[in-house]
Design a protein around this ligand. Structure first.
Ligand code: SF4
Ligand code: MG
Length: 337
């Protein structure tokens, strides 16, 4: 598919009373039409902040973009006119958040909220807007949409409310959806259903999807590629199957080992030891060194760039990169998964 989103060397800072926080420190990633990129990381890794910068919901202090480019279909949003930015972000991109209840208006029916999109952006009549709302509710598989269109958000279950959020995001048929922990608040069975729905809709609408999550288990079946973030940087990026089978970064391996697996009893639920760094005092050298089982002296001195990852014969593995000085060792050690 065509290149939709291209984030290049993005930097975002937050001014706080205790100093400047480098929340995003040179992040690059891209998403093509019809593709799902999972952005994986612990809380505070910069994955949500990057998305907020893309969506333009960081534009006010204390968050500040201090460098880089955010290209949408080739246009750099950071250098586009306010009018153009608003047009693109209002209609061509949409975002889904974790907490549907606080994103929906409690005193409006879901039909009115969905319909409003068509009235405001498409000049639809109230009646046509209501019909569109029902159609959208059908699309996101809300049973008995015709009857439920006049219900209020609190009358729906958590999973159904998240479907309504997805319907809102889909309303104007955007090219790109960014979903920030869309299923984190839901229980496991409902998570899988909502994830399946997102995957199907992406296919159906040929959209790009950026799926932000801290849960590696959630993305395996849905994502095409993964970018693993840590301390405001990308640690590793790879096609999803390759990342699972042969990680090229110790942090990725730590995350994989922390996912419970039925076929590896007893190894589940082991989280990566230690805590992410305070972003006001990021460790020198490799950000991950205080937690890394592979760390050596050079790791404390030199920050690893994002190295291109190659196979045994030296040919580049397409789409693979690792910010580890010793990615070769990690790749060689990886057990078959
Ligand atoms: Fe670990 Fe060193 Fe690689 Fe960082 S560069 S991940 S500390 S081995
Ligand atoms: Mg977040």
């Amino acid at each position: 598919g065509a290149r939709l989103l291209d984030v290049r060397d993005l930097h975002v800072e937050f001014r706080t009373r205790d100093g400047t926080v480098s929340a995003v420190n040179g992040v690059s990633y891209h998403v093509d039409a019809g593709e799902t990129l999972a952005v994986l990381g612990e809380s505070g890794s910069g994955k949500s902040v990057t998305a907020q910068a893309v969506m333009g919901i960081l534009d006010s202090p204390p968050g500040r973009i201090t460098g880089g480019e955010i290209r949408f279909r080739g246009r750099d949003l950071l250098r586009a006119s306010r009018e153009e930015r608003r047009r693109i972000r209002g209609a061509r991109m949409a975002m889904i958040f974790q907490d549907a209840l606080s994103s929906l208006n409690p005193v409006l029916t879901v039909g009115d909220q969905l319909g409003e999109m068509f009235q405001v952006h498409r000049g639809a009549s109230r009646r046509a807007a209501k019909a569109k709302a029902v159609e959208l509710m059908d699309r996101v598989r809300i049973p008995a949409a015709k009857q439920r269109v006049n219900d209020y958000p609190h009358q729906f279950s958590g999973g159904m409310r998240q479907r309504i959020m997805i319907a809102m995001a889909l309303a104007l048929e955007p090219d790109l959806i960014i979903a920030d922990e869309p299923t984190t608040a839901l229980d496991v069975t409902v998570q899988a259903q909502v994830m399946d729905l997102l995957a199907d809709l992406r296919q159906e609408y040929a959209m790009g999807l950026v799926l932000i999550t801290h849960d590696l288990g959630v993305v395996a079946d849905v994502a095409d590629r993964i970018a693993v973030m840590y301390a405001g940087r990308i640690m590793e990026t790879a096609p999803v199957d390759q990342l699972y089978r042969r990680p090229a970064h110790p942090y990725t391996r730590g995350l994989l080992d922390s996912v419970p697996r039925l076929d590896r009893k007893g190894r589940g639920l082991r989280a990566v030891r230690g805590l992410p760094p305070d972003l006001r005092r990021v460790p020198p050298g490799c950000e991950f060194h205080p937690r890394c089982p592979r760390a050596r002296e050079v790791c404390v001195r030199r920050r690893p760039p994002l190295y291109e990852v190659t196979g045994e014969d030296g040919t580049p593995l397409p789409g693979r990169a690792s910010a580890c000085h010793f990615w070769k060792d990690e790749l060689a050690d990886a057990p078959a998964r």
